[in-house]
Write a new protein. Structure first.
Length: 787
């Protein structure tokens, strides 16, 4: 047999026409795929009573998110009153669950420790006719201190109010629906924890639908489920517009992020967690205004939540926990899914199909063993180069515009940069293809790409089963249609076959690319580049069609063909540069899109010294007025920050008093002391923290009447400690049992919002804002007491 390894899977006679036809078909399919994951159009206030209306829900958003209303703040009172009166207006009997709750976590993302909060959840039940269990609609009505929370989470709360209106306007459901509007989510998930631990309505557990936002736009993505989700996924698939993928569940499980869903899930509730996440630049910041909201996202939230409440409201909830997790993902017109036990068979089948394709290609003389192995090895190049270059692109943007470093994950207008990352990936694939196509051969390269998709499918089946479909299905489809293409001997039938294979890849991977960019952001542009390159590998038989036919040419013709082969690469490079340049021009910082900066103030009353602190990695111009030098831990003055490193600079001491510690009682027995303390802030504060010197072991602690775990230590000379959000003005009761007969060192700290009244602070100029984080613009006052 003659070895002709430079032959492709398709060799249509009119190559240009075939290329054009496949590109048009795939582009059209891509457009349909994208449209099917876009949120539905918002409905106005005149929508029928039984329907969800974003127009009506938005009226609640404007009331709830008029200003920041952090847990325990004065601004929260009117919001709570509004929720209660709205629910009473629906004929319901809401109650306030007023309590103290304990959660893990800490003020700083890197510090260990315990969080407590005084929370006031708003809870009410819509009774069912013959309830088989309870459905819980959950959203948090507190905001961060740095913004009004128009999206996070006035959107979720308003959605629940509008869903409750629609439910109470229609026939009663079989099952109880409990509305849980939690408090203190931003501080510590403490409201949700309090509901799960202490509310009688939670005792029998049930099914939770949690509604969140981490941005201002995009589809409402169902991104987290309880374990054994098969039955829930069936119900979710029947919502008006399901946008969820089992891969998101796997990704989210590996991220440190948490929502109110976490305490419910950990307590054994079943359920689904949904959020819209695009437009993340406003997340937790002063720009998270009602006006920033895309009301289509609100409509999406509401339509799906209402449909789920109705479907869950009518079934026997005892049957909800099926065995196993489903694999599922959006397809045009709905959601496709299959049971989890099919993950391994499909992954193995895909691998076998690719091996069969390689064997047939070899037998038919399209590729020899050496070239197939070579193609597989060389495919590592784009798989690595695309993510590396995508990340380098973002680092370049951060160098040009340093404020980008402090944005949550994305700039205000990320579209052009996302397109640039896609163009960079395309350039990598086109360039690599043009470089090796003649030496390795088109068939071998296409098979090498499918080989990697199949191998990744197997790896994912082992590591993250819900994500295996992403590469296993395109590999399987590509291999089967490749076999058909070879059997049809490369003509128009073969073109049709590989187009069908590519179509499967587009349907499976394109929505994921579109959902992935906002999920992890340009800050992790490498992940966007990686997932995009997977689609590129699946499309190699199509990529080949836009190149001149391989092989056969000699001399000048060959040279010309090779030059023409570089055209797609050059066009992609040009597109990447153009998209990047347009992005830089379009996405500038201004008053409505301020550059976020980080600044805190800490006063140590014991030493009389004050410091400016910043968590910026390299300070921006405004921040550099206050801090300089090398970042280092600040546990000596603020144990709550744990190992987190901060930049510091000298500040003028303000006339502020630290919280006052009063010893209520002090009993000694053997080698231990039992201390009862009253810790009272001397000014209006958002939080109070107390840490005990590391030289003393705390064996038991009760704070605000709640037992607190004593295992986690702060570091930097400090041991056990806690943060209490929304502390009572009259003082916080703290009982400690410590193993010592000697003195006990205590570090007490409180913190309030805003730096404006501090000596030496100059207001931010227009276009400079503050980062939406729990430590932004924090004014901390601390002191060491020895008792
Ligand atoms: Zn939040």
């Amino acid at each position: 047999m003659r070895d002709a390894p430079d032959r492709a899977l398709t060799r249509p006679r009119r190559r240009g026409l075939a290329a054009l036809a496949t590109v048009v078909v795939l582009a059209a399919l891509g457009a349909v795929s994208l449209l099917s994951i876009m949120p539905p159009a918002a409905r106005g206030t005149t929508a029928p009573a039984g329907a969800f209306s974003a127009g009506r829900a938005f009226q609640h958003v404007e009331k709830i998110a008029a200003e920041p209303h952090v847990v325990g703040s004065a601004a929260q009172g009117p919001v709570r009153a509004y929720l209660l009166s709205t629910l009473r207006g629906l004929g319901l009997a809401p109650e306030v669950q007023d309590t103290v709750s304990v959660q893990g976590g800490a003020l700083s993302s890197s510090a260990g420790g315990v969080n407590l909060a005084h929370v006031q959840n708003v809870v009410t039940r819509i009774p069912g006719t013959a309830s088989t269990g309870r459905i819980f609609l959950v959203a948090h009505y507190d905001s961060v201190e740095t913004g009004p929370g128009g999206n996070d989470d006035a959107a979720g709360v308003s959605t629940i109010l509008e869903v409750a209106r629609a439910l109470t306007a229609g026939p009663r459901l079989r099952n109880d629906v409990v509305l849980v509007l939690t408090d203190g989510e931003e501080a510590c998930l403490c409201g949700a924890q309090a509901f799960v631990d202490q509310n009688p309505l939670a005792r029998t557990r049930g099914v939770v639908l949690n509604l969140e936002s981490r941005g201002s736009s995009g589809p409402a993505i169902m991104f987290e489920t309880s374990k054994d989700n098969a039955k829930l996924i069936d119900l979710y698939a029947r919502t008006p517009k399901p946008v969820g993928t089992s891969f998101a569940v796997e990704v989210y499980r590996r991220l440190p992020n948490e929502t109110d869903f976490t305490p419910f899930r950990e307590a054994g509730f079943a359920g689904l967690n949904t959020a819209y996440i695009d437009g993340a630049a406003v997340y937790h910041s002063a720009t998270d205004l009602p006006a920033a909201m895309d009301r289509d996202s609100l409509q999406h939230h509401g339509e799906n939540a209402l449909a789920l409440a109705r479907s869950l409201g009518g079934i026997d909830l005892a049957t909800i926990k099926a065995s196993g997790d489903s694999t599922y993902f959006p397809v045009p017109g709905g959601q496709f899914g299959y049971p989890g036990w099919l993950v391994w068979p499909l992954a193995v089948l895909a691998l076998l199909a690719v091996l069969a394709l390689a064997a047939l290609a070899r037998r038919r003389g399209l590729a020899n063993g050496g070239r197939l192995v070579g193609a597989f090895v060389l495919t590592v190049v784009p798989i690595l180069a695309a993510p590396v270059l995508a990340q380098a692109f973002w680092l370049l943007l951060c160098t040009i515009r340093p404020g980008y470093r402090e944005l949550p994950i994305d700039p205000y207008r990320p579209l052009w940069y996302r397109l640039a990352v896609i163009a960079i990936t395309a350039a990598v694939v086109f360039g690599w293809y043009a470089l090796f196509r003649r030496r390795i051969g088109p068939a071998a390269m296409a098979i090498g790409g499918l080989g990697w998709l199949a191998v990744l499918g197997v790896a994912l089946a082992a590591l993250a089963p819900g994500g295996s479909y992403l590469t296993a299905l395109p590999a399987l489809a590509g291999a089967l249609t490749g076999l058909v293409a070879i059997l049809l001997r490369g003509g128009w039938g073969a073109v049709l076959a590989v187009t069908i294979g590519a179509a499967v890849a587009v349907v499976v991977l394109l929505p994921m690319i579109i959902l992935f960019f906002p999920a992890l952001g340009l800050a992790l542009a490498a992940t966007g580049g990686f997932i995009t390159v997977l689609l590129g590998l699946a499309l190699l038989p199509i990529v080949d069609l836009i190149h001149p036919e391989a092989g056969g040419q000699r001399g000048l013709t060959a040279l010309r063909a090779r030059r023409r082969g570089l055209t797609p690469f050059l066009l992609a490079v040009l597109a990447a540069v153009a998209f990047g340049a347009v992005g830089l021009r379009v996405d500038t910082f201004d008053v409505a899109h301020p550059a976020p900066t980080r600044l805190m103030y800490a006063l140590d009353v014991t030493t009389g010294q004050a410091r400016w602190l910043s968590a910026e990695t390299s300070p921006q111009k405004w921040t550099a007025q206050y801090v300089a030098g090398v970042a280092r831990p600040v546990t000596d003055i603020l144990p709550v920050f744990g190992p987190q490193k901060l930049l510091t600079g000298p500040a003028t001491a303000a006339p502020l008093a630290a919280p006052q510690v009063t010893v209520v009682s002090d009993t000694r027995s053997g080698d231990s002391r039992q201390l009862r303390l009253l810790v009272r802030p001397q000014r209006p504060v958002r939080l109070l923290a107390l840490h005990v010197g590391a030289d003393v072991t705390v064996t038991a602690a009760t704070v605000g009447g709640r037992d607190v775990p004593v295992g986690q230590l702060a570091g930097g000379g400090w041991g056990f400690g806690f943060v209490f959000h929304a502390p009572p003005a009259a003082g916080l009761d703290v009982a400690l049992t410590v193993r010592t007969t000697g003195p006990v060192r205590l570090r007490v700290m409180d913190a309030s919002e805003g730096l404006a009244t501090l000596p030496g602070f100059r207001p931010r100029p227009p276009g400079v804002g503050s980062v939406g984080s729990h430590t932004s613009d924090l004014c901390a006052v601390a002191q060491t007491d020895t008792i």
